[in-house]
Design a protein around this ligand. Structure first.
Ligand code: SME
Length: 165
């Protein structure tokens, strides 16, 4: 049985450090990307408060063979399955390769509302050999839920996972 939980007294950077340590322990030596994303989606849900969605979109292709994001393992309500590059917060993170920290999703042009409860969002690309292979997406029902410490923590997680997805 796994029992990964953050210390109750941990600061936010410490919570992310513990989350990365747990993700490292769960994914080390496991080559199956879906299994690794599923366990990390669970850790995100367990470790981080005030979320209504946490998980992955993977880089895939559409019917014409063009790159687009495809829903991966997550926790939260059922979500849109395919997101074209450049569309919404996830598509912007995937096409730019840059973290997207959005305080108010209603003010983000083209935001894709998968859950009407979402108010703020953090999307971090997972980059391997210079290419975006997935994004980690966190949604919160609270406006301005995410800050630079959250972005740094999820970026560290993305770097850890780059060779394991
Ligand atoms: N809001 C995202 C879509 C994914 S859901 O939040 C799970 C976006 O605008 O890309």
């Amino acid at each position: 049985m796994f029992d990964f939980k953050p210390d109750a007294t941990a600061s936010k950077p410490e919570v992310y450090q513990q989350l990365c340590e747990a993700a490292d322990a769960l994914t080390a030596g496991e080559p199956d990307a879906v299994a690794n994303m599923a366990n990390v989606a669970s850790l995100l849900w367990e470790f981080l408060p005030e979320l209504n969605w946490a998980g992955f979109y993977r880089m895939g292709t559409n019917a014409s063979g063009a790159d687009e994001l495809v829903l991966g393992p997550f926790n939260g309500r059922p979500a849109c399955i395919r997101i074209p590059l450049g569309k919404g917060v996830c598509g912007e993170a995937a096409s730019s390769g840059e973290t997207q920290l959005v305080d108010d999703v209603h003010a983000f042009p083209g935001h894709i509302a998968c859950d009407a409860a979402s108010q703020s969002e953090l999307v971090v690309p997972v980059v391997r050999d210079g290419a975006v292979i997935a994004v980690i997406d966190l949604d919160s029902p609270r406006t301005s839920r995410f800050d630079a410490e959250d972005a740094a923590g999820i970026e560290a997680l993305a770097a850890l996972l780059a060779s394991r997805l």
